[in-house]
Write a protein that binds this ligand. Sequence first.
Ligand SMILES: Nc1ncnc2c1ncn2[C@@H]1O[C@H](COP(=O)(O)OP(=O)(O)O)[C@@H](O)[C@H]1O
Ligand SMILES: CC(=O)OP(=O)(O)O
Ligand SMILES: [Mg+2]
Length: 423
Amino acid sequence: MPEIILSVNAGSSSVKISVYETNSSATTPVQLAEAVVEGLTAPPARLNYSRGDHRTKGQELEHVSTQQEAFRHILDHLARDEGLPQLRKKEDIHFTCHRVVHGGDFPHSQVIDDDTYHRIAELSDLAPLHNAPALSIIEATSKLLPTAINIAFFDSSFHHTLPAHISTYPIDQTVARRNKLRKYGFHGISYQFITSAVAHHLKKPTDELNIIALHLGSGASACCIRKGASYDTSMGLTPLAGLPGATRSGSIDPSLMFHFTHSAGSLSHESTATMHITQAEEILNKRSGWKSLTGTTDFGKISAGERDEDRLAFDIFVDRIQNYVAPYFTKLDGKVDALVFAGGIGEKGAKLRAAVVQGVKCLGFELDEQKNEEPGEDVVVDISKDGARYKTLICRTDEQLQMARRVLEEPERFERGRREKAK
Ligand SMILES: Nc1ncnc2c1ncn2[C@@H]1O[C@H](COP(=O)(O)OP(=O)(O)O)[C@@H](O)[C@H]1O
Ligand SMILES: CC(=O)OP(=O)(O)O
Ligand SMILES: [Mg+2]
């Protein structure tokens, strides 16, 4: 009997849900529908929906401002879609995959039971824009879809291969070990997808693939992927480190906060039962980045903007991205299969790609202008100029599909979870 997988990707500015049909002998999930609520940080939120040839784009949602509200809205939308008879009954959904950004020491996905739930909650302060919203969706799923098995897929798991000299911060090691203070890295579900898709595109075994991957969305990061595994990445203990984002500062002088506000260490009014966030953390996570420089979190508008502050934000992003490309190039010893752009900005931002690649031209990357402007629809697109020494690619990353594929790779482990839940 076909089974339905619901794959939920709660980002900092969006909730993306894909519905897949599959059966026990299938090797790849078949997508039935995809719903995206975007713009949670630039209200009103908007719904994009596609099922086969049927498409809705940019439908404004006045009463949706949180990830849980977006999730509930999408679930309702799916249930009411006459063209989706497979979802008529809630019991038809067998697995719900949840993207959870901070998984601490979890090396791979977990069926969510009480223990997993509490461990994810304990990590909430280390991913203040992500873990608590993901948990709010998991809670809603348990109520609305009581028979579905919930599985958590962690953004941090892909980075378990970081070597110690890269993941260790040079601080007191007794404190570091006790409080588990190290580089974790995020966007790992996306980097896993990118690794498989680019290896397939280049017809190379995954474990021989060396790429510099850039996941540029509301949160942005870079990853040095060596022999198909994460060797370095720009995010750290939390998703705040590294590149700036929609509302995030990215890396700054760590002392800056002591001079920003005298009450930086006190609890912010955003603190709740599930998350304890100081004013400093709130300022750097929620009131910085593109929002603080330009007043908008929409990088599409910033790229097209004519104001000095738009140009400044754009130039800052290009500069900070360049800060990772050349070091990762040297860490790969110049044996680089491709520079890969992904995420909302990486996939849609032709102007940003052009500026970044221009900045690293001396390494041997060069774009074909036409291909960069009109890259077509394929999952992986080569936008390099003919004769360029190194390839530049766009990869339409798909975290929902990556999670659903993983369900099919390990059905026994998740089925066990289902049986245990049924007891
Ligand atoms: N044409 C465009 N050019 C540049 N950026 C764009 C364009 N269209 C959308 N974006 C940006 O993509 C970002 C969202 O990326 P996405 O990866 O979907 O976000 P999330 O981090 O929530 O998953 C937003 O900053 C949005 O403004
Ligand atoms: C880890 C992270 O920042 O994710 P997103 O870009 O989806 O907010
Ligand atoms: Mg995202």
